[in-house]
Design a protein around this ligand. Sequence first.
Ligand code: TPP
Ligand code: MG
Length: 190
Amino acid sequence: MLRVDAIRAIYPQLEECIVVTIMGAVAAEVQSIGHRPNFFYLQHAMGLASSMGLGIALSRPELPVVVLDGDGSILMNLGSLTTMARYHPRNLTHVVFDNESLLSVGGFPTATATGSDIAGMAKAAGIARTATVHTIDEFVDAFTAARAAEEMATIVAKVEAIGPKAFVTDLPLLENRFQFARHLRRRTED
Ligand SMILES: Cc1ncc(C[n+]2csc(CCOP(=O)(O)OP(=O)(O)O)c2C)c(N)n1
Ligand SMILES: [Mg+2]
């Protein structure tokens, strides 16, 4: 499965969620499908998208929060799995696109290329709802079911190590930062 197709398949659901993505290829692919003010791309701070998503989910329990993570990123911050398990906010869906690669910086293999199992680690950390999926249909089903169940989930989508041709964006970091914060504040006032 191509990650961009997987993102496109859940995009209608993302439109109504607070979305935090990792940097690089994932951010570029989401933006190629369509940026929205409720989407934040955590550039540079590799590994911390799940931590940021957890914080938002805990402080805004009325909002559905989706984290779009990567294998290399979550492998840099495995403690985040234990913290998510401890607090398990019902409104948090953690998606890990596992391409077994640090694709955005040239495609070096990560530990999942040599057998490490992120869903297994999430389960062992104490996250009750975990899945590893290999097709778009499985991914959409697992994602939709996790949101409907209102149970924190880590869904690992095994995807090909193929990214966008270019990472060009016309959305500067600061504009994204202010727009996203404004969106969250506006949702408080609703
Ligand atoms: C602390 C830190 N180390 C390294 C980088 C450089 N870097 C940016 S993206 C990336 C790879 C991310 O890998 P993954 O999460 O698997 O996403 P993919 O690129 O495969 O989509 C790396 C190493 C960084 N931004 N910050
Ligand atoms: Mg990767």
